[in-house]
Design a protein around this ligand. Structure first.
Ligand SMILES: [Zn+2]
Length: 120
């Protein structure tokens, strides 16, 4: 984990942040990919608090760029912290609440997400 409460500014720091978020009870999240130089990461999670059963029916009607906005913000914030970049965003590409088997998040610079048409 992170020594003295400081998140190391590297891949280990990002992994530690996501692990701490999972252990705090927000879901079972894992970092699938990480690229420090590109500022990108791919995070998948199951049993996520935002996609709990009670919310499924509500969000099924408004399928959009994902649903788990709190987690999106956290994964983008961790990347901003470890890389020192302020152009990092996160989109949720799959969501348990929308019927997918897991919630999956793509973290990348805004320009990359715009080019891939995740952000309009
Ligand atoms: Zn989700």
């Amino acid at each position: 984990m992170f020594d003295g409460g400081i998140l190391p500014r590297d891949e280990n720091g990002y992994n530690a942040g996501v692990e701490a978020y999972s252990q705090a009870g927000f879901g079972d999240f894992h970092v699938k990919e990480f690229n420090f130089d590109a500022g990108t990461a791919y995070v998948a999670g199951t049993e996520t608090f935002e996609a709990s059963d009670g919310q499924k029916q509500i969000v099924a009607q408004e399928r959009s760029n994902g649903h788990c906005n709190h987690s999106r913000g956290v994964f983008a914030a961790f990347m901003r912290l470890v890389t020192g970049r302020n152009d990092i965003e996160c989109v949720e590409v799959k969501c348990e609440a929308l019927g997918d088997s897991a919630c999956e998040f793509k973290v990348a610079p805004r320009e990359v997400l715009e080019n891939e048409e995740f952000i309009f």
